[in-house]
Design a binder for this molecule. Structure first.
Ligand code: SF4
Ligand code: SF4
Length: 196
């Protein structure tokens, strides 16, 4: 099927809104970590003036970690792989192009709310400048290592690093456990009802 550049930007933004990315961004920005800092497209009053496919697809360490934990990261990547012409803070994506997979939106704001609360508490507990930035970058580089496919024998170490870096995300881990249990129960109920 054919889709438009504008359509994929809107799909991506809607998807992120539904998973609750803004709740994480609010804490990050309040702590000086905005990823738009210094961009010529940033307007003081209205935020980004030139939405593009590149920035919509891009995930920082916190957002990437969130999608990784809820098992949606692969889906996000495979959606954006179809979109040509992405670059740094701008794009060369054609107005229309061929496209196969869409994104299925999920309301996960209740989960990202818990992670945002953890980040808020951390920012109060560790007020030194740069703490949140360093945490975000460390999570990000471990996720890079996990997904670059060149470290299969180091996966356990990388996962344990991620566990250590996220060890103070108490509220998020608790909510995530409940969410996973509910998901599993839903799948079990669905599977058994198929065989009845
Ligand atoms: S770095 Fe991540 S959490 Fe911070 S403003 Fe950018 S997208 Fe949001
Ligand atoms: S182009 Fe990207 S980095 Fe620049 S303001 Fe827009 S979203 Fe932020």
């Amino acid at each position: 099927m054919t889709t438009s550049r504008q359509m994929v930007i809107e799909l991506g933004l809607d998807y992120l809104r539904d998973v609750g990315s803004d709740q994480l961004c609010n804490i990050c920005i309040a702590n000086g970590g905005s990823c738009c800092k210094g961009c010529r497209n940033l307007s003081f009053k209205s935020g980004c003036r030139v939405r593009n496919t590149s920035c919509t697809a891009w995930l920082c360490g916190f957002l990437r970690y969130f999608l990784y934990e809820v098992d949606l990261l692969e889906e996000w990547y495979s959606f954006w792989k179809q979109v040509p012409g992405r670059d740094y803070r701008e794009d060369y994506t054609p107005d229309y192009f061929e496209f196969q997979k869409t994104l299925v939106k999920r309301d996960l704001r209740f989960l990202s709310h818990e992670l945002a609360e953890d980040l808020r508490i951390l920012s109060e507990n560790y007020p030194e400048q740069g703490y949140m930035f360093v945490l975000r970058e460390r999570i990000d580089s471990n996720l890079d290592l996990l997904f670059d496919g060149e470290n299969p024998d180091k996966r356990a170490i990388i996962k344990s690093n991620l566990g250590a870096l996220s060890s103070e995300f108490y509220r998020f881990h608790k909510a995530l456990e409940t969410y996973r249990q509910q998901l599993e129960k839903g799948i079990e109920e669905y599977t058994s009802s198929k065989w009845e």
